[in-house]
Structure formats: C-alpha cells, structure tokens
Design a protein around this ligand. Structure first.
Ligand code: NZQ
Ligand code: ZN
Length: 382
C-alpha cells in the first residue's frame, strides 16, 4: 500500500423520503440564509423543487435562488453563483441536481469568500484556496459522478478551452434518495452509471501493489454496476437497481477505492478536453473512448485486464475483457462513435488534434500516452 490519510468529509442520508426525514434537522443547525442552486429546470417538473422549498420555508430560511446551472458548468457560471452567494450572505449553499450542479456549487462556496480568482490560483499557480468555504449541502437528483462525496469539481473555462479538475468545498451532507432519479431520461441514467463504471476502472488501472484490497473493492463496484445496469435495461424503474447504482456511484468517488494506491484517469483527461471543445455528455464521451483507449494499453497490463474480464464479465483473457466491455456498451445502447455524441461543433480531425494537444498526460496508468497517441485514439473513435 502507498501511504495515506483517509477521512470522510460528508455525512450521507440515503433512501426514500430522506429529504423530508433529515433536512429539517440539518437546517436547524444552519444560519438563516440559504442559496438554493439547481440546473435547467428538471427539479421544477418532477416535484423535487416544491418539496425542498417547502422544507426550507418550514425551517424559516430566507432563500435566494441560483438556477440554470448547465451540464458541464462553466467558469462564468461559477462567478455568477459566487456573486449571488455573497449578495445573499449565504450561510449554506444547497445544490440540488447532478454532478454539474454540485461541482459548480463546490467552487461557488470557495470563490464567494476568496479574495482572488480561484481559476488563476488553482489552475495557473497550483495553489489551494486558504479561506474556509461557505458550507455546502447536496441533494442528488442524478447519480453517476459521485460528486456528492468529494471535494473535486470539474469546471469548463470557455476562455481557455480547458475542462479542468479543481478542489474546493466537499459537501458537508448529501441526501441520496433513489426516487429522485426516477425522472431521469433513459440515456442519462445509463451514461451516469457508465461514468461510475469508468471511475472504478480508472482507479483499478492505476499502479497498485500485489493483492491490493482497493483493487478487490473496485472490481466489486464494477461488477455491481454492470449487474444493476443490466437490471435497468429490463426495467428502467427498478428501484433496487436504482438504489444500488446510487451507492456504487458514491462508492467509486468517495475515496475508498483510491486508498493506498495511485490511479489512472487518462480516459477522463481525454473526455474532459473533448467536453471542453464539444460540450458532449460526460458519460457518453467516456463510453466512446474507453474501449479504444483500452485496446491501446491492454498489452501493458495484461494480468489486470484478464482479472477484470473474469471478475466483471466472466471472460478469461485480457483481450476478451476489452471486447466484453465494448459489447456491454453496445448492449446498453450507449454511443460507440464520436459522431453519435451531441456536440456544439462538428467533430473534425483538426478539432481532435486540438483536443489531443490540450489533454493532460498522466503518469500512473499502465503506460503514459503521448499527445500523438491521444490523437490516434481520438481519430479511431470517429
Ligand atoms: O439541468 P436539469 O434541468 O436539472 O437537467 C439535468 C441535465 O440536463 C438532468 N437531470 C438531473 N437530474 C434529473 C434530470 N432530469 C430529469 N430528472 C432528474 N432527476 O440531467 C442532465 C445531466 O445532469 P448533470 O448534472 O450534467 O449530469 P452528471 O451527474 O452526469 O454530471 C456531469 C458533470 O459532472 C462532472 C462531469 O465532467 C460533468 O461536468 N464530473 C464530476 C465528478 C466529480 N466531481 O467527482 C467526477 C466525474 O468524473 C465527472 O467529471
Ligand atoms: Zn467521470
């Protein structure tokens, strides 16, 4: 095992009716001003907005709203939220949504109290913010990213065309009610769950020592994610599968799989830059990239690929593991080519060259890629 320090910053309230049962008690311990943050309006259609605002009102809170947080949140949106948080003197920011809303609010909470521009501080100067952020709570309505149980946030700075990972406020509490996810469109359910599978695989393919317990836990999270995704292919509203996936999502990104090991996450680096240029859906971008990336690196970690193949897909060789993953992506109806992704621009080889050249190259996977190889991978995804 590598040396580590492990601590959970987030208290989780899981299950049907969790908001009604637990939020009043949590709010009793917070100050009077709440900034309620959400996305493009799904919570107004599915009743979650009414339920949460009812609880806030009953608790006597003064509520300001920060709405319209887009999928793949931008740095400009963070600035808008930080101003609102300052203006309403927020004692708590309550993020109600998926990874995008939660991530945006993590940085809002820190930027609102910071004396400097946090993009410059973190991404250019590589320093951490010093002021304590405004407390953050998360009510999860779309699972998959695991954003609710960590302090990382993925933000797109449109000026410099970088979708980058920042670190700020981890939620102090997270409400995970699987019923809140039932209104998600089918493709978002599956792409979110594929993101979870990707997190577990990206962690597993980082270098680890022999018989590492975190590898075993990662394989279990992968297997459970695949089994429960298959259950949803039969019945999209299967509550048991939804609830299992809501927890595998948190498990994959709450740090437990990363204990005592380094991680890969090169596929995420490629996808994030693809997102910076195209605004594509995160889980769908990963679905396109993963098999192609793995065909490039399978010879660099044959034993690990074979072990994954056996544990997750019941196949017995490294190559078969990669093809079983590709088959599973097709079985789910997830995209398999870049041209199938929703993109705000045409995806051309020239654009992919820019994506490749701006992709972070990480050192801890089976083999470190070059920008040219990233370009080859991206072109093979066309
Ligand atoms: O905006 P609204 O109207 O709410 O619609 C959203 C959005 O269009 C919709 N949605 C959410 N809950 C719903 C719902 N629609 C109906 N019913 C509900 N209950 O779903 C759409 C996608 O939401 P989004 O939050 O963007 O999805 P996701 O949770 O997949 O988050 C993706 C973002 O998280 C980042 C990604 O890069 C991307 O920016 N990630 C964050 C991570 C982290 N902090 O740990 C790790 C991940 O690797 C990832 O990079
Ligand atoms: Zn992800």
């Amino acid at each position: 095992m590598e040396n580590f320090v492990y601590e959970y910053p987030t208290k989780v309230y899981f299950g049907k009716g969790a908001a009604g049962r637990h939020l009043p008690g949590i709010l009793a311990g917070c100050g009077p001003h709440v900034l309620l943050a959400y996305g493009g309006g799904s919570i107004r259609k599915n009743g979650v907005y009414d339920e949460i605002t009812g609880i806030l009102k009953a608790a006597g809170k003064t509520v300001a709203e920060f709405s319209g947080i887009m999928a793949n949140p931008t740095w400009a949106k963070v600035q808008e939220g930080a101003k609102l948080a300052r203006d309403c003197k927020a004692d708590l920011v309550l993020a109600v949504g998926g990874g995008s809303v939660i991530d945006c609010c993590k940085i809002v909470c820190a930027q609102a109290v910071a004396g400097e521009d946090l993009w410059d501080l973190e991404m250019v100067q590589h320093k951490a913010p010093s002021a304590a952020p405004i407390p953050l709570g998360a009510v999860v309505t779309a699972s998959g990213t695991g954003a609710e149980m960590n302090g990382g946030a993925v933000i797109t700075n449109e000026n410099v065309k970088i979708k980058g990972g920042m670190f700020a406020a981890a939620p102090r509490f997270a409400i995970l009610d699987p019923e809140y996810t039932l209104s998600l469109p089918r493709m978002q359910v599956l792409s979110g769950a594929f993101d979870t599978l990707s997190h577990a695989m990206e962690t597993y393919f980082g270098r680890s020592d022999r018989d590492n317990v975190s590898d075993e836990v990662a394989l279990a999270v992968m297997r459970s994610t695949v089994v429960n995704m298959r259950a949803l292919l039969k019945d999209l509203n299967d509550y048991t599968a939804r609830s299992n996936l809501m927890w595998t999502s948190a498990m994959a990104e709450n740090g437990i799989l990363k204990v005592g090991r380094v991680t890969d996450f090169e596929c995420h680096q490629m996808e994030h830059q693809l997102g910076a240029y195209t605004d594509c859906n995160h889980g769908q971008g990963l679905a396109v990239l993963h098999p192609v990336y793995y065909r490039h690196i399978v010879k660099d970690a044959p034993e690990k690929f074979a072990k994954l193949g056996q544990a997750v897909f019941g196949v017995d060789s490294a190559g078969a593991a990669v093809e079983a993953l590709a088959d599973f992506i097709r079985e789910c109806g997830l995209p398999t080519k870049l041209t199938e992704l929703r993109s705000r621009v045409e995806i051309t080889p020239e654009l992919l060259r820019q994506v490749a050249d701006s992709t972070n190259l990480l050192p801890n996977g089976p083999r470190q890629l070059t920008h040219d190889e990233v370009y080859e991978i991206l072109k093979e995804c066309l």
